[in-house]
Design a protein around this ligand. Structure first.
Ligand code: NSS
Length: 431
């Protein structure tokens, strides 16, 4: 059976229509000859009234005994009743238990955070989590639509790699038939190879970071939306990022009002409307130093710095032209001011920090080789990456956007792990 009728369809039907609903028992209240079941499916919750005498006696007994999260099939009649939550209830005519709950459902009010995380496989049934996951799906599909409409071709890149993209400190080692390889931190280098045939590419797949930082915004595995464009320079890249970012926010605003309501959230898509302010690293540093941060030229910004800085802006904003020493070796030094690079991070307002990192890449062979040596890296490890600069190299730019970071910001989630179906953090690889 392929289900194509949901609670959201039932509530739109006229009084008296007979319906059949499949779902799970979210809650149950018994009042003598009347049992109220809150029936849940992926589109919402509806009250089902099971009245002794109006259903076969065996169905009534099942309703009286039924445990939370049992799967049931309900046959009944639509009743518009202002006293029912949502204004509609189902007057039950028959109830069939498809899959009983064998025990009391362990997720209850008041249980500890650790218990909830250990039981994530059950907790994800909550309408709140379901709403977040639906919005996550919209965010990804809106991104894909926008990119496809703007001529980007999706590529899929490997997860086993042999050399770091974003520095060796956050590489996960893997035993690959006796050889040490790593889990990818970014598909950027493979995308850079792909632009020589496909010109504008994107990928949406997991990246891995062995970051031991137990923060609200670090995962060890996250979904990385990355794009790379032949011929594009820094400003072109920023324009793509702001348009794409806006399209993603707009997608959620237009399709997920019900989910936003479940989360008690209103979002204003105009907050993400381009253009976004651009502030150079040097200016950002000055702002932070004026505010009393002990931070020096070349330092990356930590969570506190990003939070403070974001108070200056109402929209997402770019911090551009980072010093060479603050970022990876592949960033293109600005020909006009070689101590900084032609790169940009996108930071979110409200203190949720960086969601996008990217910029223009070094496309000259000698310059790239020199930067690799300068960073103390072994050119042998980057042989194929260097090769790309040997045959028809062109200026190019790209970026990476963390899907969970964006959700964390958009939905004001308490922790980035709330943006994942099954989060991976230093402390958690189960369930
Ligand atoms: O390290 S980044 O800033 N940049 C790159 O990986 C580039 N190689 C991407 C590119 O140009 N193709 O990561 C990009 C984004 C960053 O802004 C975050 O949104 C996200 O990836 N990110 C993370 N999200 C969650 N947890 C962790 N640990 C994390 N690290 C990066």
């Amino acid at each position: 059976m392929l289900k194509d009728f949901y609670i959201e369809d039932a509530v739109k039907l006229p009084e008296g229509t007979e319906v059949e609903l499949l779902g799970w028992v979210r809650n149950k209240r018994a009042h003598g000859g009347l049992v109220f079941i809150d029936l849940r499916d992926r589109t919402g919750v509806i009250q089902v009234a099971v009245k002794r005498g109006l259903v076969p006696e065996s169905s009534f007994e099942k309703a009286e005994e039924i445990k939370q999260e049992s799967a049931v099939k309900i046959r009944g009649v639509v009743r518009h009743d202002p006293r029912a939550p949502g204004g509609v209830e189902i007057q039950c005519r028959d109830l069939e238990v498809l899959g009983p709950s064998l025990d009391d459902f362990p997720i209850k009010k008041g249980v500890k955070v650790k218990f909830i995380l250990d039981n994530r496989h059950l907790h994800i049934r909550s309408p709140r989590v379901a709403a977040i996951m639906k919005i996550r799906s919209t965010l990804m599909s809106s991104a894909r639509s926008w990119l496809e409409e703007h001529g980007f071709i999706e590529v899929n890149c490997p997860s086993f790699i042999t050399a770091a993209v974003e520095g060796g400190a956050t590489l996960f080692k893997v035993d690959y038939f006796g050889r040490e390889v790593y889990l990818t931190q970014s598909s950027q280098f493979y995308q850079e190879a792909a632009i020589y045939s496909l010109e504008k590419v994107y990928s949406l797949q997991p990246s891995f970071r062995a970051e031991l930082s137990r923060t609200r915004r670090h995962l060890t595995e996250f979904w990385h939306l990355e794009a790379e464009m032949a011929y594009a320079e820094l400003e072109d890249m920023m324009k793509v990022v702001e348009e794409l970012f806006h399209a993603m926010v707009l997608g959620v605003y237009e399709t997920d009002q019900r989910e936003l309501e479940i989360l008690g959230l209103k979002i204003d898509p105009d907050v993400a409307k381009p253009p976004y302010p651009r502030v150079r690293y040097a200016e950002a540093l000055e702002i932070l130093q004026r505010k009393g941060f002990e931070i020096e030229w070349g330092d990356d910004f930590g969570a506190d710095e990003e939070r403070e800085l974001s108070k200056e802006f109402e929209k997402p904003f770019f911090v551009t032209h980072w010093p060479k020493e603050a970022k990876a070796f592949y960033h293109l030094p600005d020909p006009r001011e070689p101590s900084v690079c032609r790169n940009a991070d996108l930071l979110t307002p409200g203190g949720y920090g960086e969601v996008v990192g990217g910029g223009q890449r070094i496309h000259d062979y000698e310059q790239l080789l020199e930067r690799i040596r300068e960073e103390g890296l072994n050119p042998e490890d980057y042989k194929w990456y260097l090769d790309l600069r040997k045959y028809g190299s062109v200026p190019h730019s790209g970026f990476g956007l963390g899907i969970e970071r964006m959700l964390w910001w958009l939905l004001r989630l308490p922790h980035i792990r709330d943006a994942c179906l099954f989060p991976r953090t230093p402390a958690r690889v189960y369930p």
